[in-house]
Design a binder for this molecule. Structure first.
Ligand SMILES: *Cc1c(COP(=O)(O)O)cnc(C)c1O
Length: 445
């Protein structure tokens, strides 16, 4: 199935059929399961989503960072179809399957670190995070976990407890998991004494806090997103991540890089942590790993992963063969088509346009990113940096009406983050950026 790679509106958005489906949705599905865009997808291909009314929208959201290689990439679909006919599920614990083992070998080789590794699979990002924590605790015999401001690690009890933002993720859902300690993240744009001092001060505070109030010998793991995703595509001040990793190494603390959003080429490398010169003990992957099929992975040092006794890890569906076969096709596609390089190229195009938008629109307070993981932070006033959350919402809505799917992010709901397929054609990328530019202009007025 191939949809022409062009934006085309045939009704208002949302159209009548989407509205009809949403009336049914409201009676059938709880409202807690939110919908960012009130349209219903009929099919999708490459960088285009076609809704049930026949509108074709440019996709800068990719199902929240899941389609780095584009929607329904033919190689990925074919690999999944092939596996679907061979074996859809026997459960890895009952009888093993080839794609699981092969994908584990591939991730062991692709993740940073020139040492023996092991990989286990689960179904969602949250589950990968849960397992990374379980493994760290078992391997160290310690219980405390350090997490950060603006962090997002998922929605299950432990992952939600690690996540920073109360609304909407945690409100009224406590009590939360114990032994979780939150420290400030080196967020250059909002660091009180300015971006130049951010890394040094954030690091000094974090290490002091771990020493004084938690105790190094009680900490099983520090978990961090090398570039924060839901928190607003925050690229930490240079040196902060490396400093934390050093501290962890000195004190036998597991350093977990949560690459669920930033990995698989999004930030211009297989894993964003590579640009920090840091080798983590454990890496979590999910989202773009299997090109739309549910799959997550925990990859780590062999001795750490093997610290868990037989039967201590796993689950019924983890590493489903269809999802694992799709993931192998995704990795092949990234390699074959040079998509890491392409991600950096997309990033350059976007960064140049963002810079222009910053010059043109007062509303744009900060532009940032790495590779194809780029964002704009919107403020009411550049001096006070008061978040322009309402304007951000209005921009997302106007983009939808004009045929562009874009997502907001950020603790203050004032960040526009771009997650186009890395494979997107230049002309379509430029057209999407035009739509965004116009919407920011309209919100500035
Ligand atoms: C999305 C995300 C998760 C959670 O993944 P789910 O599949 O939604 O459970 C965890 N960590 C990061 C960094 C994420 O972006």
């Amino acid at each position: 199935m191939d949809i022409p790679q062009e934006r085309k509106l045939v009704t208002e958005v949302p159209g009548p059929k989407s509205r009809e489906w949403f009336a049914r949705r409201d009676r059938a599905v709880p409202k807690g399961v939110g919908n960012i865009h009130p349209i219903v997808t009929a099919r999708a291909s490459g960088a285009i989503v076609e809704d049930v009314d026949g509108n074709r929208l440019i996709d800068f959201a990719t199902g929240i960072a899941v389609l780095n290689v584009g929607h329904t990439a033919p190689e990925v679909v074919a690999a999944a179809q092939r596996q679907l006919e061979l074996d859809t599920h026997t459960c890895f614990h009952v009888t093993a399957n080839e794609p699981y083992i092969e994908l584990a070998e591939r991730l062991n080789a692709l993740t940073p670190g020139d040492f023996e590794k092991r990989t286990m699979f689960a179904n969602s990002g949250a589950e990968a995070v849960e397992n990374a924590v379980k493994i760290s605790r078992k391997a160290t015999g310690r219980s405390a976990i350090v997490t950060f401001d603006h962090a997002f690690h998922g929605r299950t009890l432990l992952a939600m407890s690690l996540t920073a933002k109360v609304m909407p993720y945690k409100q009224g859902m406590g009590p939360f998991a114990p032994e979780i300690y939150r420290l400030p993240f080196a967020y250059p744009y909002r660091w009180p004494s300015g971006p130049e001092r951010c890394s040094e001060e954030a690091l000094a505070y974090a290490t002091d806090e771990m020493h004084k109030h938690i105790g190094e010998e009680n900490i099983a793991a520090v978990i961090l997103e090398p570039i924060q995703g839901e928190g607003g595509f925050i690229v930490p001040a240079p040196g902060f991540v490396a400093g934390l990793a050093d501290f962890c190494r000195q004190h036998g603390i597991m350093f977990i890089a949560d690459e669920i959003q930033s990995g698989m080429g999004r930030a211009g490398r297989w894993f964003a942590i590579e640009d920090e010169g840091v080798v983590p003990d454990i890496v979590t992957s999910a989202k773009s790993l299997a090109g739309g099929l549910p799959l997550s992975a925990v990859t780590g040092r062999a001795e750490v992963m093997d610290a868990v006794h037989v039967g201590g890890l796993g689950g019924t569906y983890g590493g489903n063969p269809v999802a694992a076969a799709a993931a192998l096709a995704v990795l092949d596609k990234i390699e074959r088509e040079g998509l890491l390089e392409r991600s950096r190229k997309v990033g350059e195009t976007v960064a140049a346009r963002f810079q222009e938008m910053k010059e043109e629109h007062e509303l744009v307070g900060d532009v940032r990113g790495r590779g194809a993981m780029c964002a704009i932070e919107l403020v009411k006033d550049r001096a006070t940096k008061e978040p322009a959350d309402a304007a951000t919402g209005a921009i997302v809505k106007r983009c939808l009406e004009n045929g562009l799917l874009v997502l907001s992010a950020g603790t203050y709901n004032n960040v526009l983050r771009l997650l186009p397929p890395i494979t997107i054609e230049e002309s379509l990328l430029a057209e999407g950026l035009d739509v965004l530019d116009e919407a920011i202009g309209a919100a500035s007025g």
